[in-house]
Design a protein around this ligand. Structure first.
Ligand code: FRU
Length: 447
């Protein structure tokens, strides 16, 4: 496979060449998970934004299909979503199968000191996202004058059952606006909430898995979020602003149209500022995660964990219980490889700090005194606990850490690929390792 170069991620999607940033148009349709993405086909840095396209049957293995939306006279192709128009509200359907409709931002630079004009446009596909036709009535929203702002972009669209309308959440100026439409083409402004930047998301989730007790989650590109209520028109927060993630995750988006039988809220994020030495591409898509709402002692919070499909990549597994750091290191020394899924539960019996190393560098540093995980504020939900649970994904150029069942996520990059294991605890007699699992992983690009 062409995706096996030394510094190419092996459990994350990256494009064969060029640059990628935000995931766009995440939608499940006809047994395929679609991943569209911000793509510069010509260079390994940002610019010339197109929508690239890849599909997967299992959210692990991807087939890259090439560019589908090209810059036009309205501008470059910025971020947006895709939805399936089951009721053919827009009239774009041809044949039996509903149209896949994308909403995106056309970004046009207006020249020296004039900022940009960002308008919202739609395009539809009748062949499973392989090709698109842009709507002749584009743009469908032009709100620069209303907001006196160059920042009006990144439409997230979904069908809202109770009012039988399309809802668009749009980043405008200093927060997210809500629009309604009956037909995808005509949009009516409803309300606005301040305090979010770029790439809006809004979705409903059961609390602790109880489908009769739900809340809505709103977030922007950086991963700050609020929990609240939504009636199709207005979002009313019932929580403060929280942060579920720290580090190099940006512009995450969740899948539309996941079958009810599955029911998961599945997210993909951009691995921001992840450079790949000597490679014909840069940046990557983070590993898909499942979002849930759970009750903690601090209130209802958003949790983020790798999707369970990760287990399908397990190649060789090791597991131990009740170890000292010294004992664990004896075992870890025997493990080879360069892509890992690790789970552990540790207790700090004296002092406050715990470190896990990869080729001699600390990739996890938890400090119970400062309440930090890799220098980011993380208040362990289990108050007074000396323990922390960690799930870690190590790929050739990235590390993703999920603490305490997904209560907090930290994402960071690695400069270049290493081989031969390299996993170790910083030795400390006061640390007790209750359980440790290490899974070497198969590459998603094998075969
Ligand atoms: C977020 C973002 C979006 C924009 C896109 C352009 O990373 O700045 O707001 O649509 O990237 O590539």
């Amino acid at each position: 496979s062409v995706y096996r170069e030394t510094n190419r991620p092996q459990i994350h999607f990256s494009s064969r060449r060029g640059w990628n940033n935000d995931p766009n148009g995440l939608v499940y349709y006809d047994s395929e998970y679609h991943l569209f993405y911000q793509h510069n086909p010509y260079e390994t840095h940002w610019g010339n934004m197109h929508w690239g396209h890849a599909v997967s049957k299992d959210l692990l293995h991807w087939e890259e299909l090439g560019e589908v939306l090209y810059p036009d006279e309205l501008g470059a192709m910025f971020s947006g979503t895709a939805a399936i128009d089951h009721k053919n509200t827009a009239g774009f359907q041809k044949g039996d199968k509903p149209a896949l409709v994308a909403a995106y931002t056309a970004h046009k630079d207006l020249g020296e000191g004039k900022g940009a004009l960002e308008t919202q446009c739609i395009a539809y596909s009748n062949d499973g996202g392989r090709t698109f036709t842009k709507y002749e009535g584009n743009p469908v929203i032009d709100s620069k004058a209303k907001w006196n702002s160059s920042n009006t972009r990144d439409p997230k669209i979904f069908w809202y059952e109770p009012t039988q309308k399309w809802v668009m959440v749009l980043f405008e100026k200093d927060g997210h606006s809500f629009y309604n439409s009956d037909d995808f083409k005509e949009w009516t402004y409803q309300s606005h909430i301040v305090g979010f930047w770029e790439c809006p998301e809004l979705f409903e989730l059961p609390i602790d898995g109880d489908k009769n007790n739900t809340k809505w989650v709103i977030y922007g590109a950086s991963g700050t979020y609020m929990v609240g209520d939504f009636d199709g028109i207005k979002f009313t927060p019932t929580s403060g602003k929280h942060q579920y993630v720290h580090g190099q995750l940006y512009a995450a988006q969740t899948y539309n149209n996941i079958p009810a039988a599955d029911g998961r809220r599945i997210q993909l994020g951009w691995g921001q500022d992840m450079w790949h030495k000597g490679m014909p591409f840069s940046q990557l898509m983070l590993f898909p995660t499942e979002l849930t709402l759970r009750t903690t002692i601090n209130g209802v919070r958003l949790f983020n964990e790798p999707i369970k499909e990760i287990e399908q990549l397990h190649k060789k597994s090791y597991s131990w219980k009740n170890l000292t750091t010294q004992g664990a290191n004896e075992n870890l020394k025997t493990i080879d490889g360069d892509i890992f899924h690790i789970k552990m539960k540790v207790t700090i019996n004296d002092g406050t700090r715990f470190n896990f190393l990869y080729h001699g560098n600390s990739i996890v540093e938890y400090d119970m005194n400062f309440n930090t995980l890799n220098d980011a504020f993380y208040e362990n939900g289990d108050a007074g606990s000396r323990s922390i649970g960690l799930e870690i994904l190590i790929d050739r150029t990235s590390v993703e850490i999920f603490a305490d069942g997904g209560a907090f996520t930290v994402v960071s990059s690695l400069k270049e690929a290493k081989t031969n294991g390299g996993l170790a605890f910083l030795e400390n007699k006061n640390i007790k390792i209750h359980s440790l699992e290490v899974h070497q992983l198969n590459s998603i690009w094998e075969n």
